[in-house]
Design a protein around this ligand. Structure first.
Ligand SMILES: *Cc1c(COP(=O)(O)O)cnc(C)c1O
Length: 393
């Protein structure tokens, strides 16, 4: 891959390793292992595998390497490690760096499984975790300590779409020598510049926008060559959360079109947010890309666009939210996001059901809140669908 290539070119051609057959579409090396020419060659490879040499698919595979190189090129990362799911990426990025007695500061608004890893798993192994309001820079400053090893946040929090100021939090973390790990799913690889803005590690659930068509689970950890090779790779390859070659192929195909899809989704999301402003059936419309968002200036500076997800707080609580969901015609009820299909979710009773009422309250997950992941359908059709479902109230 050429470094001077622009992002869209990198997405189509980056990382390609062509076999002797000259295939146009990337080959799926659906093999768990590799044959050596001699016993000496096997020994040599176990001592030090070269760039294009593989040992076992849990350690690496040519199709997986293509995906890792392509996403690393896009993100501007030195290296990447592909994982079996987004949660394998989040837990691997964190656990591979931590040991008992370490301190972590995390934003409190997190995807349910991320919260479980930080609150239930890390603490079980003697890691202390302090949760803060991720939007409050002073809260981060007050929470970090000399022994803080990692600062963790979702750049845009699910489902209330509050935004963390990456550069400001990174400066605070780096002042005490802590590493910044950003779960960047909602920012998307298309709009993210998190590494440039100070994050040390970026993780994605590739299940979301990278696949973008609801087919496979996957994830990826991006960072320096040193961190990926010396910290992440030994942890992942020995604990088993590596990506399968078939999934890597699905994700490579996803990357080819991600820029087109995500930009179309963000344009649709803005059109819907615009159309819904001031609607009588809504308490509020939350979209980071709309001028009405409390952190709109930060969003413009940090990512340019507002991403692909909108949150609607429907008047009348859960009963009204359910009536709205059940009246949708094009938009499907599901819990994925970033898909080409528009998807609506009721966080309070599904993705965030595990939280106490008090936690939901603190995070703004009201009974009327609906998360709308906007797809690539025609904007007019989507607006009409949402409007008719609101009329149904
Ligand atoms: C979906 C998601 C994950 C987990 O990804 P999986 O691929 O489902 O394991 C982690 N973080 C965020 C912000 C997510 O939206």
């Amino acid at each position: 891959m050429k470094n001077e290539w622009k992002r869209r070119t990198k997405l189509v051609h980056g990382g390609t390793r062509r076999s002797q057959y000259g295939e146009v579409s990337e080959a799926i090396f659906l093999t768990q292992g590799f044959v050596y020419d001699s016993a000496e060659a096997a020994e040599a490879r176990f001592v030090q595998a070269g760039d294009d040499e593989f040992i076992y698919a849990r350690y690496g595979n040519p199709t997986v390497a293509m995906f890792e190189d392509r996403i690393a090129g896009l993100e501007g990362a030195e290296a990447a490690f592909a994982t079996a799911s987004g949660m394998a990426a989040v837990s691997g990025a964190l656990i591979s760096m931590l040991k008992a007695g370490d301190h972590v500061v995390s934003a409190r608004a997190l995807f349910g499984s991320c919260l479980y890893v930080l609150e239930e798993i890390l603490t079980r192994y003697g890691v202390e975790v302090t949760f803060v309001d991720g939007t409050d820079v002073e809260a981060w400053r007050a929470a970090v300590r000399e022994d803080t090893k990692i600062v963790f946040f979702e750049t845009i929090a699910n489902p209330t779409l509050e935004v963390v100021d990456v550069a400001a939090v990174a400066e605070i973390a780096h002042a005490v020598g802590a590493k910044v790990v950003a779960d960047n799913v909602f920012a998307t690889p298309v709009f993210s510049r998190a590494l440039e803005q100070g994050a040390d590690v970026v993780v994605y659930s590739a299940t979301k926008h990278i696949d973008g068509q609801g087919r496979a689970l996957g994830g990826v950890i991006l960072g320096t060559e040193e961190y990926i090779r010396k910290t992440v790779e030994p942890y992942m390859k020995h604990t088993g959360g590596s990506m399968s070659p078939f999934t890597a192929w699905v994700m490579l195909k996803g990357l080819e079109t991600i820029d087109l899809r995500v930009r179309a989704q963000a344009d649709n999301a803005l059109a819907i947010a615009d159309a819904l402003q001031g609607h009588a059936g809504l308490e509020r419309v939350i979209y980071p890309g709309h001028a009405s968002h409390a952190q709109h200036e930060l969003v413009k500076r940090q990512m340019g666009k507002g991403g692909t997800v909108i949150a609607l707080d429907i008047k009348g609580g859960q009963a009204a939210a359910f009536r709205f969901l059940n009246a949708l015609d094009i938009v499907v009820i599901s819990n994925n996001l970033g898909d080409a299909k528009s998807i609506a979710t009721h966080p309070a009773t599904t993705t965030h059901q595990r939280l106490s009422d008090e936690q939901k309250d603190v995070l703004g997950i009201t009974p009327g809140l609906v998360r709308l992941s906007v797809g690539i359908e025609d904007a007019e059709d989507l607006i009409a669908d949402v409007m008719q479902a609101l009329e149904a109230l």
